[in-house]
Design a protein around this ligand. Structure first.
Ligand SMILES: Nc1ncnc2c1ncn2[C@@H]1O[C@H](COP(=O)(O)OP(=O)(O)O)[C@@H](O)[C@H]1O
Ligand SMILES: [Mg+2]
Length: 253
């Protein structure tokens, strides 16, 4: 037994003859930030796809709140409270911030026009603003279009949207890539806000200082296997890099 909110046990996944994941077990607790790191090809993206329901594992179990689940599609995982932000943020540049927060789950007005899908725009903008505020994001106005925002602000909206909707778990794949230092810090603040909200956060990044700064625990993948799972305080920049590259030996399985 353990106190994981979201967990995988014994996950393996092959693409033809390529072993992308082999016997991977890990979990995240509520209110915890788990860092997931590894070199290119280590299996991070494949694991994210399994966790988000985009891919099914060949073998292994997925447990949310200790209950086994099978995600047939990403929608199944979303409905269960698991939000995933992929490297490509998926924002619609021509829509407002508010509309983007509700993209794919638009509020519709009750009443005669409801069936026609008449969108409650003003209500969406208001709720969007509240949700972004709650997620710790200072986007000046929810009715500005995304194309007017800087790269960092866009990323903040994308993450804020995910944090606002997530009920259990949020998975962030390289959210600080291509951001300047100040913007990256804003993203790290949003991660802290998600943690405070009691979500389980899985943070994938190549930027090791960010991982060391914001995570509680780190799992290192190498060639599809977990080679280390330890509290962040057990690492420094050098030992983390060494564990990723294999210059520092893995824990014996
Ligand atoms: N769709 C795919 N088809 C074939 N091989 C894949 C596919 N996706 C990933 N792989 C392979 O699986 C391994 C793990 O890749 P990936 O999960 O993308 O690692 P990471 O995100 O850590 O760079 C790599 O060897 C990669 O080439
Ligand atoms: Mg990847």
């Amino acid at each position: 037994m353990n106190d994981y909110l979201y967990e995988v046990r014994g996950i393996s996944k092959n693409y033809g003859s390529v072993v992308a994941l082999e016997d991977v077990s890990l979990g995240v607790r509520a209110g915890e930030v788990l860092g997931l790191v590894g070199d290119n090809g280590a299996g991070k993206s494949t694991l994210v796809k399994v966790l988000s329901g985009a891919h099914q594992p060949d073998v292994g179990d997925i447990l949310l709140d200790g209950v086994e689940h099978t995600w047939r599609t990403p929608h199944d995982a979303l409905e269960a409270g698991i939000e995933t932000l992929y490297q490509d943020s998926g924002l619609a540049p021509n829509l407002s911030v508010g509309a983007n927060v509700f993209l794919g789950r638009e509020l519709t007005m009750p009443g005669p026009l409801g069936r026609l899908g008449f969108l409650a725009n003003r209500r969406m903008e208001t709720v969007a603003h509240e949700e972004l505020d709650r997620a710790g994001i200072g986007v000046a106005s929810a009715d500005r279009t995304v194309s007017e925002l800087s790269g960092g602000q866009r990323q903040a909206v994308a993450i804020g949207r995910a944090v606002a909707w997530a009920r259990k778990v949020i998975i962030l794949d390289e959210p600080t890539n291509h951001l300047g230092a100040r913007q990256a810090n804003e993203v790290l603040d949003v991660i802290r806000a998600a943690k405070t909200k009691g979500l389980g956060v899985i943070f994938i990044s190549h930027t090791l200082p960010h991982v060391l700064e914001v995570t509680d625990r780190i799992v290192v993948l190498r060639l599809g296997r977990v080679v280390k799972d330890a509290p962040t305080s057990a690492f420094d920049a050098q030992s983390l890099l060494g564990t990723i590259t294999g210059l520092i030996g893995a824990d014996a399985p």
